[in-house]
Design a protein around this ligand. Structure first.
Ligand SMILES: [Zn+2]
Length: 131
């Protein structure tokens, strides 16, 4: 930590980047809290999958239902139900912790607006390469 502090003191660019990152994390946390309170589990699952796809740069993700349930703040049975719905709609293939996104456009049509809002925060504050 002292090395980071020392580097920040010598670089306005690094300080600016860290400040913008902090703003982005705060904005994302605020949006996530609102999302948990206001949006349906299926839309939040779509958000989680799309954001994970963005960060991983891949349509193939590895998440157990237990992990997804924890991240979404719901019971595992709820994840099972909604993952099955997305699979039956042709948006994903889901088997034993392996998720393949098969229809990005349909997921984007189903996701709540929080996905676009958070993505916009990242693009605005940190640049397009982070979104
Ligand atoms: Zn939302």
């Amino acid at each position: 930590m002292s090395e980071l502090r020392s580097a920040v003191l010598q670089s306005q660019s690094l300080l600016s980047t860290l400040f913008r990152h902090e703003q982005t994390v705060y904005a994302q946390a605020s949006q996530s809290a609102a999302c948990m309170a206001a949006h349906h589990v299926e839309a939040r699952l779509c958000r989680w999958l799309l954001r994970s796809r963005d960060l991983a740069g891949s349509d193939n993700l590895q998440f157990t239902q237990e992990f997804l349930a924890e991240m979404l703040g719901v019971k595992r049975t709820s994840v099972t139900l909604h993952a099955r719905t997305l699979q039956q709609a042709g948006m994903i293939n889901y088997s034993r912790g392996q998720i393949q996104i098969t229809d990005v456009e349909a997921l984007q049509d189903t996701v709540c607006e929080c996905y676009g809002t958070v993505k916009s925060y990242y693009q605005t504050l940190l640049g397009p390469q982070t979104a």
